[in-house]
Design a protein around this ligand. Structure first.
Ligand SMILES: [Zn+2]
Ligand SMILES: [Zn+2]
Length: 293
């Protein structure tokens, strides 16, 4: 059954022509506005990630790079031509078989803002974690105040595409002091969390890259969810935050960071291992070293 076939016995009325026109002319929504309208589910986060790389996204129908990207209500993306062609045969999504009304398709247009930049005060294409990374306090607060982000420890994708980072980690890494202050003022914030890629916590991030002031690191260290276990957390290759300062920080503050960490009983990987019986255990996303005397 084709919605496009004209019944030859009956000339189409103006209304039915308009109706068919509507079915063909998909509504166009700028890609950043579309992302802005999305939720915070894990599924939506994955779709957002695809939308960030729309130029490299493959159409499941023609297997080429998607052309005139068109998104379904089940959030699968196809070439405009391919999805309409496919719907002529079956009114369902070629990916997940969900029933599709052609009128519900959305053609993703060019982003309103250049290269996915954030418009001030408005949570747009950049996700919460990326807003923290960019130090855009207004956007970060908007995500929280509007209820778009319900869990401040929510893990998301950072600007380079790596997954499983909290906003606090990214704000700490890029020395976004205002954002860090704000996040630490929220009741649920947890300094001890580690990312899902390299197993760093916020202290690793700060020790790795802070170059301008010790204040951010002090705030993290003084937080109620920070303790000796967090300070000496080993990442996926066994490095502690102190190791990050010693081996990776190239800033002038490097030695002051090391001193500060030392005062809070920070140890390096080798010190943790020295003369100790080591016990490793794995969690779903990281390794811990237990220091047993
Ligand atoms: Zn296609
Ligand atoms: Zn689908």
């Amino acid at each position: 059954m084709s919605a496009y076939r004209i019944n030859s016995g009956d000339l189409p009325t103006r209304e039915s022509r308009l109706h068919r026109f509507k079915q063909r002319s998909t509504s166009v929504i700028p890609i950043d506005e579309y992302v802005d309208s999305m939720g915070n589910s894990k599924y939506d986060a994955e779709v957002i990630e695809t939308l960030f790389n729309i130029q490299g996204t493959q159409c499941a129908v023609c297997l080429e790079t998607v052309e005139n990207p068109t998104i379904t209500t089940c959030k699968h993306i196809f070439c405009k031509k391919c999805i309409y062609q496919s719907l002529k045969h079956r009114k369902e999504c070629p990916c997940c078989r969900k029933e599709i009304n052609p009128e519900s398709l959305i053609l993703l247009g060019k982003a309103n803002s250049d290269s996915y930049k954030i418009t001030e005060g408005k949570a747009s294409l950049m996700g919460f974690v990326i807003a923290c990374e960019n130090g855009n306090l207004a956007v970060v607060q908007d995500y929280i105040n509007s209820g778009k982000v319900k869990d401040v420890n929510m893990k998301g994708v950072r600007s380079n595409g790596w997954k499983g980072y909290t906003g606090l980690m990214m704000a700490a890494r890029y020395e976004r002091l205002d954002v860090v202050k704000y996040l630490l003022s929220l009741p649920q914030i947890d300094v001890s969390l580690t990312d899902d890629t390299v197993g760093w916590n916020a202290l690793h991030c700060a020790c790795y890259n802070n170059k301008h002031s010790l204040e951010l690191l002090k705030l993290l260290l003084d937080h109620s969810t920070c303790n000796e276990r967090v300070i000496n957390k080993t990442d996926n290759v066994g490095r502690t935050p102190l190791d990050k300062a010693q081996y990776n920080n190239k800033g002038e503050l490097k030695n002051e960071i090391i001193d500060l960490m030392r005062k809070r009983s920070a140890k390096s990987q080798s010190e943790l291992e020295e003369g100790a019986t080591l016990q490793y255990f794995k969690t779903h996303n990281s390794n811990y070293i237990l220091h047993v005397k």
